[in-house]
Design a protein around this ligand. Structure first.
Ligand code: ACO
Length: 318
């Protein structure tokens, strides 16, 4: 039994905030942001537009791509750190928006690694018979938890959503081949939100020690990709495409150099989307599928790193 990707879709809010607009709010410049991060712009959700709205749009696009409807699903998982509400889960809100009142829906929280953690969970459930057809969504409105006076963090993030429809299929060589997830809670103070229901009864703002996160990200991402490939019995050199979490172009370049990846093999959307946390991997993958780079049968590795720290990789034959 394999978990095969049947459809993929994404959604970005209409408003594009260019670096120049950012420079009107905090003391920064287009030049600094581009040079240090590769980011040119980010999409920002409209007032009254919530994570579930973004996720719902991405879900509809993925279902249309799979030629399925919500009736065909029996599971919805949403990876997010910016849920509409503390509860109920954003997954159940999207389930209701899709008009689906069967099956089950729940959220998972692994910050920027959420989509990889979600892939791990979906793969395990589909292979074990726990579900037949699942919708996995990464959706975020990080603009709502940014400190818009902290130039060290507010320039880095954007809003968006991406989704895949995954089906359990017997006797196939396609689908998710292997996933490997990791975490280390000792580093939680390097990247966190300083509020929450139990501790402060507030939502809080994102806080980050950027250059320390950078160093851990490069080391841990490189290692988890090597481990995931080795556990799957695949050489890094045999992988067609790499779809990384889109945090910073310099992180992408450093990892590509360490693993000796070929130029053009690494899908990058960080310039257009900035860091959309759990949405960044499906947003980037959808871009490369829709423009014809990633084709059916290609070997693709997804990876991410985020708060916790959490990190992981997923290898699949698209
Ligand atoms: N505009 C202008 N100057 C700035 C800005 C800004 N937006 N932000 C910081 N600076 C200044 C700092 O104040 C500092 O000035 P100083 O030397 O006078 O003190 C100088 O730039 C250098 O600051 P550093 O933090 O050392 O800059 P660095 O080269 O490390 O770049 C950055 C900062 C872009 C945040 C980088 O560290 C980074 O990308 N880290 C990884 C962050 C990341 O990927 N996070 C997400 C991963 S997990 C997740 O997605 C949730």
């Amino acid at each position: 039994m394999r978990a095969v990707i049947r459809g993929i879709g994404s959604y970005l809010p209409e408003h594009i905030m260019h670096n120049a607009e950012m420079a009107e709010r905090v003391e920064t410049s287009d030049e600094w942001i581009r040079e240090r991060t590769g980011i040119h712009q980010r999409h920002i959700a409209a007032e009254g537009q919530f994570t579930s709205d973004l996720g719902f749009e991405a879900a509809k696009a993925a279902l249309a791509d799979a030629d399925m409807t919500a009736d065909d699903l029996d599971l919805i998982i949403v990876a997010t750190s910016t849920p509409d509400l503390t509860f109920p889960s954003t997954a159940t809100i999207i389930q209701e928006k899709l008009g689906m009142n069967h099956g089950a829906a729940f959220d998972i929280q692994a910050v920027c690694s959420g989509f990889i953690y979600g892939t791990h969970v979906v793969n395990a459930l589909l292979r074990s018979g726990g579900a037949k057809r699942a919708l996995l969504i990464g959706a975020e409105t990080f603009s709502r938890i940014l400190d818009w006076e902290d130039r060290g963090t507010c320039v880095l993030f954007g809003d968006g959503a991406g989704a895949i429809v995954v089906e359990a299929v017997e006797d196939t060589k396609d689908g998710i081949l292997h996933t490997f997830i990791r975490s280390d809670g000792r580093h939680r103070d390097m990247l966190y939100v300083d509020g929450g229901p139990s501790r402060t009864q507030t939502v809080g703002h994102l806080r980050m020690l950027g250059n320390q996160v950078f160093k851990h990200a490069v080391t841990d991402i490189s290692q988890v990709m090597r481990d995931c490939a080795e556990q799957a019995g695949v050489e890094i050199a045999d992988i067609d495409w790499f779809v990384p979490h889109q945090a910073n172009q310099r992180i992408l370049n450093a990892v590509a150099k360490k693993l000796k990846l070929r130029p053009g093999q690494v899908v990058s959307t960080v310039a257009q989307h900035a860091n959309t946390s759990a949405a960044s991997v499906p947003l980037a993958m959808n871009a490369a599928v829709k423009d014809g780079r990633i084709k059916r049968g290609d070997l693709v590795m997804l990876e991410a790193f985020g708060g916790g720290f959490t990190w992981g990789a997923a290898l699949l034959r698209y």
